[in-house]
Design a protein around this ligand. Sequence first.
Ligand code: DGY
Length: 323
Amino acid sequence: MARPSVMVTHRWPAPVEARLSESFNAVFNTSDRPLSPAEIREALTTYDAVLPTVTDRISAEALDVRTSKAKILANYGVGYSHICEDAARNLGLTVTNTPDVLSECTADLAMTLLLMSARRAGEGERELRSGNWTGWRPTHLMGTKVSGKTLGIVGFGRIGQEMARRARHGFGMQILVQNRSRVAPDILAQCDATQVDTLEDLLPQCDFLSLHCPGGGANRHLIDARKLDLMKPDAILINTARGEVVDELALIQALIFETIGGAALDVFEGEPSINPDLMQCDNLVLLPHLGSATKEAREAMGFRVLENLTDFFEGREPRDRVI
Ligand code: DGY
């Protein structure tokens, strides 16, 4: 039987590309730039599978084909809010993602952002590199202590739980959780965490707030001006989830007028474009969507896509089917 043809929309880590090429008739987008809607439509009508990432906007426009030769979108990444769910369903596409294998590394990065923001690491590095450091002094770049403080976690899936583990067992933080559904008591107990019902309950209690909920329409601007107002004046917001979860204009206001203590973002509305006003905020740490960017996680994500594809083409239900 001919090997299924798969279109890979970006370059992947070399060991995964090699395995993909052994198992499938794989075509790679060697330019490594996101495909346009027309190129996605072309891929859908040409290949048996399309393997996108978060940077490919798999919108209704990109899925607007009469019939799709591809029957599966095997996404490289856990979040899939870049894929228009209704249009994918209408075309009869199976969609898979890559959970679990990136949870620890993404939580590590959320903790990195929390620490950088609390300890003003970005400001310090900028000062030093620009030659403006005048030496140690008692009041220089004083940050805020992390150990023992209260961390609010929004979304208690796998990444949220890993974040809680690090914060509780590494830094003795108190963990409060807000999640759509009830979290099992034994899961909460692993981090001595307490679940609260609403964001309104959560926000006024937190010294740090870390977002780990899905993106997409339902959570667009979940953190808006009103929610930012509910945060303590010295609280710090960390977002490694999706850019659209935070209303960036409201966040810029909160940072400029110092109604919150600071923020640290790994994801942005409309990335890779960054609102220039964000760049002006000194009390903000910015990273270019590095959550899962370790060799280990990125290879494991690729192998997880391979597993999903193999199951699909051999007639089994892929383990990570989300649509
Ligand atoms: C994820 O896995 O969702 C990362 O953000 C990259 O897409």
